[in-house]
Design a protein around this ligand. Structure first.
Ligand SMILES: C[S@@+](CC[C@H](N)C(=O)[O-])C[C@H]1O[C@@H](n2cnc3c(N)ncnc32)[C@H](O)[C@@H]1O
Length: 263
């Protein structure tokens, strides 16, 4: 029974989350929390989670869910189901619901890339309220941009960005949220790290991959594509322009690289 629990892969929300090993993912959540949040606060977080299951809701402020984002005054909370998003009807079929990425998971994966940040632009396709923009702006990227189709979510992201600047928490050289459709957002021909958190279906992703490869064709540096909850990973795996680095990133992450060129 225990053996089965430890080694079985599951998708928590079939059709939304890719299959992953929940036990290993929990272990990793613990490890990244200890790394970025410290042992004491992680233990308090575990206690808070236990209390949340009882009628004594104490230590609430230590709950794991994006606690560090709340502390710096950002509103990234909640889940907005697709039919509640203020986006064009014809996009609703492909768009996925809004939900924020985990800051600690993101930082763990980005730091593993050992990037020369100053050379790279970072872009989040389907950026919601800007949780990942806040995480990426901790690093000295050349710029950090989010593209979001929902006007309401984009406006929240803009307020969050203003708060980050007010608190002097932006290390990236520029940080912005853009209201628009990812298929219409063109990229300058410079090195990029692209991030997608299960934001849309295969149809939109295929268009995005095409235009990334087209816009960045002249770039000599490696181009990184970070795909969190990669429901349509086959599209990147089957694309001869991309490779998967040998090191694994774990959790429910896939990282792809369009290799650099010497010519
Ligand atoms: C799962 S949320 C991810 C939010 C954010 N990237 C994060 O990790 O915190 C996906 C977002 O993609 C947006 N989206 C879906 N289709 C889009 C499109 N065609 N163009 C721009 N944004 C889109 C949705 O409105 C939603 O906010």
């Amino acid at each position: 029974m225990l053996f089965k629990f430890v080694f079985t892969k599951t998708a928590r929300y079939p059709g939304l989350e890719v299959e992953h090993n929940q036990f290993l993912r929990n272990l990793r959540t613990l490890a990244v929390n200890i790394k970025y949040r410290g042992l004491k606060r992680t233990l308090l977080g575990l206690l808070a989670a236990l209390f949340a299951k009882t009628r004594f809701h104490i230590l609430e402020e230590y709950r794991f869910f994006r606690q560090n984002m709340r502390e710096i005054g950002l509103d990234i909370a909640g889940v907005v189901e697709t039919d509640m998003l203020d986006i064009p009807e014809e996009r609703k079929e492909s768009a996925k619901r809004y939900e924020a990425s985990s800051d600690y998971e993101f930082r763990y994966v980005v730091e593993k890339l050992h990037l020369d940040y100053e050379k790279y632009h970072f872009i989040d396709f389907g950026s919601g309220k800007g949780a990942v923009l806040a995480s990426a702006s901790r690093y000295p990227f050349k710029s950090v941009t989010g593209v979001e189709l929902s006007q309401a979510l984009h406006e929240t992201a803009t307020r969050n960005i203003a708060e980050l600047y007010r608190r002097k928490r932006v290390t990236a050289r520029a940080l912005r949220s853009v209201h628009g459709d990812v298929t219409e957002h063109s990229l300058p021909p410079e090195p990029h790290v692209i991030y997608v958190f299960n934001a849309f279906g295969a149809d939109i992703l295929a268009e995005v991959i095409d235009h990334i490869l087209r816009d960045l064709a002249a770039v000599r540096e490696p181009i990184y594509f970070l795909y969190n909850n990669p429901m349509h990973h086959k599209l990147l795996e089957d694309n001869p322009a991309f490779e998967k680095p040998k090191k694994t990133f774990g959790g429910k992450w896939e990282v792809f690289v369009r290799p650099g060129r010497d010519d």
